[in-house]
Design a protein around this ligand. Structure first.
Ligand SMILES: [Zn+2]
Length: 322
């Protein structure tokens, strides 16, 4: 019998050209999508580009270009992978798409209506390279281990917070009920240990006067959404959520029968298998079915990364090997 199948990559952040680390992620997803089609299944294979946040805003300012033009240029480069690597994805979502922005705002409204958003003074060390907060235990000699030599920003402002701390038990229950929720097993153990140590509430907005390049917070013009809160919603905005509930249920599934498969790199473990799942729970939506976590492609023992600048382009490999 014909089944519905949904798979998504993470959305690469468009501050640099695609590299082979992301190419490997999207090729894994492509293999699975083709396999499901061979079985006769109806496949949604989602990818796209993550286009908001401080890192892109700063990069466009530095290069003296309009930020929308800047992201348009990169989105086109990522979409070129489709021909270059003969990919079979069906959906390419951009987080600056109107329907995505609408979905991110609806996500915010639902999480807020369910009582999981509040405002407070925020003071934290922040790595623009990762677009993530860093606590002292995340740092190596005061530096982000993924971005050595890059100075951390100190953010002090009033922001909205997501009550992530209230989802520890629910996440642990999800992992316990689905021992293959995160694969491979060692990554499930890792995220379980992270949640067991206790979750901190997350800042999910920024002052628009300092960093305007984000989705406006519903009902508060002075704030824009934190890039992760906006970007993670792409996995369901791509299905037409919140308007197209039929298509959403067909591919994302229901609480009784979740069906979405995600693929991500190991630096995305917390965001995909904890933060995003907690956001879905907070909005009273079904979680994903499964999250596959890949390792990094290393160069001289370091992660291949746009921020480090040791990147190999997929086009180089295609030219050499076809
Ligand atoms: Zn970093």
């Amino acid at each position: 019998m014909k089944k519905n199948f949904y798979i998504t990559t993470t959305l690469p952040y468009v501050n640099a050209e695609p590299h082979i680390g992301f190419a490997s992620e999207i090729i894994y997803a492509d293999v699975r999508a083709r396999f499901e089609r061979l079985l006769g299944n109806d496949v949604v294979f989602n990818t796209g580009t993550d286009e908001h946040g401080a890192k892109i805003w700063q990069k466009a300012q530095e290069e003296g270009v309009d930020v929308q033009e800047y992201v348009d240029g990169y989105a086109a480069k990522f979409d070129e992978l489709k021909t270059m690597l003969d990919l079979s994805y069906t959906n390419f979502i951009r987080t600056t798409d109107k329907n995505h922005i609408k979905a991110a705002q609806e996500m915010w409204r639902r999480v807020d209506a369910n009582g999981f958003i509040y405002k407070k003074q925020y003071s934290v060390k922040y790595c623009v390279g990762c677009e993530l907060e860093k606590t002292d235990s995340d740092l190596d000699n005061g530096e982000c281990p993924l971005h050595p030599g890059k100075e951390l920003e100190l953010i002090e402002e009033e922001n909205y917070f997501f009550k992530f701390s209230e989802f520890g038990d629910k996440l642990l229950e999800l992992y316990k009920k689905n021992p293959e929720f995160v694969m491979p097993k060692k990554r499930l153990n890792e995220i379980q240990a992270f949640v067991e140590r206790g979750l901190q509430d997350l800042s999910i907005s920024r002052l628009a006067s300092k960093m305007p390049w984000g989705v406006p917070v519903p009902g508060d013009k002075t704030q824009v959404m934190y890039v992760w809160f906006d970007a993670l919603t792409n996995y369901i905005s791509t299905l037409g959520w919140p308007d197209d509930t039929e298509n959403f249920e067909k591919f994302w599934g229901t609480k009784e029968n979740p069906s979405a498969i995600q693929i991500a790199g190991k630096d995305n473990l917390r965001q995909q298998s904890a933060m995003w799942q907690a956001m879905l729970m907070a909005a009273d939506l079904p979680t994903s079915k499964q999250v596959f976590i890949n390792g990094f492609i290393g160069v001289d023992g370091q992660k291949m990364s746009k921020s480090i600048g040791n990147v190999i382009a997929p086009s180089e490999m295609v030219e050499r090997y076809g």
